[in-house]
Design a protein around this ligand. Structure first.
Ligand SMILES: Cc1cc2nc3c(=O)[nH]c(=O)nc-3n(C[C@H](O)[C@H](O)[C@H](O)COP(=O)(O)OP(=O)(O)OC[C@H]3O[C@@H](n4cnc5c(N)ncnc54)[C@H](O)[C@@H]3O)c2cc1C
Length: 308
């Protein structure tokens, strides 16, 4: 087993975060891209030592190449293999782990060396604590730490791996767009989130006015959909629904429970409006406004209207 690391990459999420986590360990870092050539080029520009590119043939999902990726990982004999927490990455990582007899760990936040062992920091208790595990052999891990904007590195050369015809048991039959509602939310630069602090359905008009003033899509917490039934589930943000990455998220009357906040891990700026100064969301936002939403939201909307 070498001291090198592999990153299994099927989309652009958290490449910088994974790269900087394994850089702490020394050793060479190889990005293993299972996807289109454009993705391999994007990864190469971030400066790993090598990029191995498994060219995904039209009509096949990355998972169809799992056997080949796992065989390559076994041959390489690396110490650490990471993927981000996306479905195709999780599947490929599982297949690698089965081939390499690696310890499998999810929700990884950090990696460090401790003599011959690895110390793996992983999030537990819905993000309320970080547990440190010691791994003495090889590790197959799902990275769940923050993404990092890396300064441009020395670009790596993309090496195409000759692939066999993928496993015919798995094929893409069709790809349909998400509902118009969730599609808008998923790509929105600005989002206003409505929570249970809103007392009545007609008060959602305040949220709509703020969203219009800000040029934002509207999202909600789970109870606003499931209990109040004011929105479709297409609008729910959180662990059991949508993960979003807007530049700005304004959370109104939302307490900030881990299940909601995990849908916002990639949001750039979070503003919270809550009348409870002890609300959990104030520990997880960039700007907090302690106050009654019925006063703060109209004032905020007015400020945005004047500013735009
Ligand atoms: C398995 C599982 C999965 C889940 N998945 C999700 C998920 O995907 N998404 C999700 O959102 N939740 C999810 N939940 C639910 C989650 O745990 C929380 O219950 C939920 O996020 C709370 O929603 P909330 O913040 O709107 O409500 P609350 O926790 O009730 O918070 C309401 C907030 O409004 C504030 N408030 C009240 N009145 C005012 C006022 N006048 N002005 C300003 N602030 C006011 C209060 O101080 C409070 O902080 C899940 C739960 C489980 C068990």
């Amino acid at each position: 087993m070498s001291g090198d690391s592999w990153l299994i990459i099927t989309d652009e999420g958290r490449i910088g975060g994974m790269l900087s986590a394994v850089r702490q360990l020394g050793g060479k870092v190889t990005a293993v891209v299972v996807g289109p050539r454009g993705l391999a080029d994007t990864v190469a520009a971030k400066g790993p030592d090598r990029v191995l590119w498994f060219a995904v043939e039209e009509g096949f999902p990355p998972e169809a190449y799992g056997t080949q990726v796992a065989e390559a990982a076994k041959t390489a004999g690396v110490r650490v293999v990471l993927s981000s927490d996306v479905p195709s990455g999780r599947v490929l990582l599982g297949m690698v782990a089965a081939q390499t007899n690696s310890a499998v760990v999810g929700s990884i936040r950090s990696l460090a060396e401790d003599g011959d062992s690895l110390l793996v920091g992983r999030s537990v208790a819905d993000g309320r604590a970080v547990e440190t595990l010691e791994v003495t052999g090889s590790l197959a891990g799902i990275f769940d730490g923050k993404d990092v904007d890396l300064p441009p590195g020395q670009p790596a050369t993309v090496e195409e791996v000759p692939v066999r015809q993928p496993d015919g048991a798995l094929r893409v039959v069709e790809t349909l767009p998400a509902s118009a509602e969730s599609a808008g939310l998923l790509s929105a630069e600005r989002v206003v989130g409505a929570g249970s602090g809103i007392r009545a359905k007609e008060d959602l008009e305040l949220i709509r006015q703020l969203a219009t003033a800000v040029g934002a899509e509207i999202a909600c917490s789970l109870p606003v959909c499931d209990d109040m039934r004011w929105f479709e589930s297409a609008r729910v943000v959180g662990s059991s629904h949508h993960q979003i990455a807007p530049a700005l998220y304004i959370a109104v009357g939302i307490s900030g429970q881990p299940q909601h906040m995990s849908g916002l891990r990639d949001a750039k700026v979070i503003v919270a409006v809550n009348n409870d100064p002890e609300a959990r969301i104030f520990k997880h936002c960039n700007y907090g406004i302690v106050g009654d939403l019925y006063k703060v939201v109209p004032a905020l909307a007015e400020e945005f209207r004047n500013a735009c």
